[in-house]
Write a protein that binds this ligand. Structure first.
Ligand code: TYD
Ligand code: MG
Length: 486
């Protein structure tokens, strides 16, 4: 065994330095270097080679068709012909919101990181996934290794989830639990059970014997992740890592983990509210703009199949200061209520406070309204909010946001059942946006009667809906026209 090297690694970016430094030269973070014992590159990588040899695919695949001999290299073209990749077999997790976020189901040898605040429901989601997978595919085995809860705690929770999730008692002999934090022992269990899915809950509580620092330290987190990646790729096991998120919003430990994995998902929710949003930050097997919506109930997470209902109020009469926007979240259109409150300010510098929309964007919209609609907002506080805790990032929501601000400033309620779609330019023009048709279909589906669209929207997009009187379309070219169309 080569003599281990002592050095310092940055807890922010994972940079390794042999001397202690006050500031990390790589990411320029202050006070982020911590002492750590590092093994030489060759030793660490040779042990990873061992994992690759030990967990040969063919031994782990139950179906002999899929068992392909692992090769170290393959040509891209043979005899001038491209070799078609094998179709990616995806596994349904039994949770359609999760399947969609993953890009259409779980990829068999994928390596996925699920991040989120403590207590948000990560363990619950993965346990429900294990139950769902086993109900749909009785031949699949799942190993759930938890470093945070005892086997009995997980058992108690899963029994509760099974009872309510399916209504019927089902055979879940494919799920195995382990309360083990030593990675090499988990590998031993994997050899014994040969699962197709491994859940490691959580990354920060596991440690490998190849690094001597404490669980959760940069070196451990990186090594544990590297070994699990080798396992995923050589044995063809879908490995799920749970990672707690720090206050700053990054997954605790080095960024190196995020680039190692195929997919990074974040599970998040607003304080005190019961619904949870599952977002993709990175996905090698699908789009990163997908959003899954769940609600945390007494009996676990429930899928919300009609998320627009969460973001719309059930108001019966029109009030000023609110408008409906139609953002796209991934491949799915949503209808969302945006709210503005404009009140006289007693401050020399009036407040501009925004939740759910970038503050700069709100100031920009306010400036456009001041200039082109002669609103006087300079001595007014402006508060802006997107209902349901959703974050809007699309310019397609500009028109709705502007309409809400205008409505509050003028104390004129916008009629119920109107949806506003369009991007605003600084000169006050309303610009067409992408995927208008999907947004229109969602508006129709939810029973909205009128849609305000940019005048430059191609006619074919709304022609049919308008002709069938399913939606009334109001076209506007400039933001000034808001006051005349209402
Ligand atoms: P958990 O999955 O343990 O969170 P994480 O793994 O992200 O830390 O979820 C814990 C929270 O979820 C806890 O505060 C209780 C709540 N919860 C419910 O409301 N209903 C349920 O059925 C379960 C299992 C948990
Ligand atoms: Mg947990």
């Amino acid at each position: 065994m080569a003599k281990p090297k002592t050095g310092y690694s940055c807890k922010n970016c994972g940079h390794f330095s042999s001397k202690w430094l006050g500031r990390c030269p790589a990411c320029e973070e202050w006070n982020s270097l911590h002492e750590e014992i590092q093994y030489s590159e060759s030793e660490s990588s040779s042990s990873i080679v061992n994992i690759r040899e030990e967990f040969r695919r063919e031994e782990f695949r139950t179906d002999s068709d899929n068992a392909s001999k692992r090769e170290d290299w393959v040509p891209l073209h043979v005899d001038g012909e491209a070799i078609a990749p094998k179709p990616m077999a995806r596994l349904s997790t039994g949770i359609s919101e999760l399947d969609r976020v993953l890009g259409g189901g779980l990829v068999p040898d994928s390596f996925t990181l699920l991040g989120g605040d403590p207590g948000i429901g990560k363990s619950t989601l993965l346990l429900q996934m294990a139950i769902g997978v086993c109900q749909k595919n009785p031949e699949i085995k799942v190993l759930y290794a938890s470093g945070e809860e005892s086997v009995d705690q997980i058992r108690g929770r899963s029994n509760r989830l099974v009872m309510t999730q399916s209504g019927k008692r089902s055979n879940l002999e494919g799920i195995f639990l382990s309360a083990e934090t030593q990675l090499e022992r988990v590998f031993g269990t994997v050899k014994e059970i040969k699962p197709q899915i491994l859940v490691v809950d959580s990354l920060q509580t596991f440690s490998t014997g190849f690094v001597q620092s404490a669980p959760g330290s940069v070196g451990q987190v990186r090594e544990v992740a590297a070994r699990l990646m080798a396992l995923a790729k050589s044995a063809g096991i879908a490995v799920w890592l749970v990672g707690h998120v720090t206050k700053e919003g990054s997954i605790a430990g080095p960024k190196t983990v995020e680039h190692m994995v195929d997919t990074v998902l974040y599970f998040e929710g607003e304080g005190g509210q019961s619904y949870r949003l599952l977002r993709t930050v990175k996905n090698r097997f699908g789009s990163t703009r997908e959003l899954g919506v769940f609600e945390m109930e007494g009996e676990g997470l429930r899928e919300v199949t009609n998320p627009s209902s969460l973001f719309l109020s059930e108001r019966k009469e029109a009030v000023s200061g609110t408008a409906i926007a139609a953002p796209m979240e991934g491949s799915r259109p949503l209808l969302v209520e945006v709210q503005a409150l404009v009140t006289p300010s007693g401050l020399a510098m009036p407040r501009r406070t925004s939740v759910g929309l970038d503050g700069t964007r709100v100031s920009l919209l306010a400036a456009i309204l001041e200039k082109h609609m002669k609103l006087t907002l300079a001595a007014q506080d402006l508060f802006f909010n997107v209902s349901g805790g959703l974050k809007l990032s699309e310019p397609a929501c500009d028109l709705a946001a502007a309409a809400a601000i205008w409505s509050s400033a003028k104390e004129r309620a916008l009629p119920l059942g109107w949806v506003f779609i369009g991007e605003l330019g600084l000169t006050g023009e309303v610009r067409a946006v992408s995927q208008t048709e999907m947004r229109l279909l969602e508006a129709r589906r939810l029973g909205f009667g009128t849609v305000v669209l940019p005048a430059t929207t191609p006619k074919v997009i709304y022609e049919k809906l308008a002709a069938n009187a399913e939606l009334k379309v109001v076209l506007i070219a400039r933001v000034q026209e808001l006051s005349s169309i209402l």
